[in-house]
Write a protein that binds this ligand. Structure first.
Ligand SMILES: [Zn+2]
Length: 150
């Protein structure tokens, strides 16, 4: 599903619209560049967003960690499902001699574990979207262009 974001310049009123799937996920509308410079009128717009490094420790847990924790729990569910398929469902099918089912369940079991492991790895490493955003924000000198963000 594409993330559809729309916003407006507070000075010239031009619409910033995007279907960019790489627009960082603004959890609870809180994370993002604090200043967006309009690429049409070149004026700064202050947002209510914060960069991750500007969040206080409580906000960091709420807006960053909670998402990662859910991601890790979901990944663990995938791994558990993979093991269940591999060690409970597949041997059952093997006992009954259903070969296509054995192959199918084995493939699914491995796929579930792989998806789970990748999910945990991504959530432990944190979000690269935001690293990129902060890097860009700094290299511009404390703002993002509206056409970079939207
Ligand atoms: Zn503008």
């Amino acid at each position: 599903m594409a993330v559809y974001t729309t916003a407006k310049c507070g000075h010239c009123g031009i619409n910033w619209t995007t279907l960019n799937p790489n627009t960082p996920n603004t959890v609870f509308g809180k994370l993002g560049p604090p200043v967006i410079k309009c690429s049409t009128c070149y004026r700064d717009n202050k947002t209510n967003y914060k960069l991750i490094r500007d969040l206080n420790p409580l906000e960091k847990i709420l807006y960053v960690k909670v998402k990662n924790i859910f991601g890790i729990i979901l990944s663990l569910c995938f791994i558990a499902m993979g093991f269940y398929l591999g060690f409970v469902v597949t041997p059952g099918a093997k006992d009954e001699g259903i070969v296509p089912a054995v192959i199918l369940f084995s493939v699914f079991s491995v796929a579930f574990v792989v998806v789970g492991v990748i999910g945990i790895k991504n959530n432990v490493n944190g979000s690269s979207d935001f690293d990129f955003l902060e890097m860009k924000y700094d290299s511009n000198g404390g703002f993002l262009w509206s056409n970079e963000y939207y």
